[in-house]
Design a protein around this ligand. Sequence first.
Ligand SMILES: [Zn+2]
Length: 190
Amino acid sequence: MNLIKFIESFPDESSCRIKFKEFRDEQGVICRKCGSKDHYWLKTVEQYQCKQCKTRTSLRSGTVMQASNLPFRHWFIAIYLLTGTKKTFSALELQRQIGHKFYEPIWYMLQKLRMTMGSRDSEYQLDKIVELDEGFFESVDTEKDDDKKSTPKKRGRGSQKQTKVMVMASTVHVFNKIKKYNKPTKFRFV
Ligand SMILES: [Zn+2]
């Protein structure tokens, strides 16, 4: 999805909330008390209610957004940027772009998303075409500390406190049957 499409699809909080519920309904909600998968949707309070034991589950509960008070749209924007762009960005930059008052919840949101995306990748075994390259990662400073530093750092290859890491990505070449050529590589997992 490109940026224009993203903005058109999710112009406000309500469109994000509706989409998020669609995702949840696809996955299915499991009652944390009795394990039942049958729920009613209570529209007025925006919660699921277990048909067996009446336990209520909020829309965010049991998801990456659990315990966060940030708007759904903030999460959607962060997910869009994390998955749709190649360059990395800091929590401070995201806070500035979103225009959120506090730094901590934005930092926390990014941490959770990066962790979740990392564990998703670890569930898959690399196969098909495996591509290999070097990547540079911050080696000592946590991102949080890094954001608050004012001294500029050299960027890219050979900059301070960066560690070279071998990265392997599983990809597939998509063949265009009509025009009979290989489309650019489709990225799968790292
Ligand atoms: Zn239940």
